[in-house]
Design a protein around this ligand. Sequence first.
Ligand code: MN
Length: 128
Amino acid sequence: MPDKLILIVEDNERSLKLERDVLGLHGYRTLEARTGEEGVDLAFANTPDLILMDIRLPGINGDEALRRLRADARTSGIPVIALTSSATSDDRERLRVAGFDGYLAKPMDLKEFPAEVAARCGAPVAEA
Ligand code: MN
């Protein structure tokens, strides 16, 4: 059985490194994109188990990237979690209405982050 594959769409290098390192530590494989367009293309090509989507991105934003993912049969069923530093309840409601499956506040909580990932796509195979 293949390991879980997670696509990180994130333009901030420091956030991207943290997210990649934490996921790797927990046994997930990761793919990385630094723009929404690149993220959508990688998702179409690799159909990851979960997508972590920054909202503020160069080019199309996370909302538009989500719309494109939902509109394509290859990716319409993949859970997408929004990553954002906007943490008010209004923001969370907006993300829910936009169709995101979940929400993680930046900076990452190092316990909540892998727990939310595991809740959305299961624990990695390597971690029995
Ligand atoms: Mn960003």
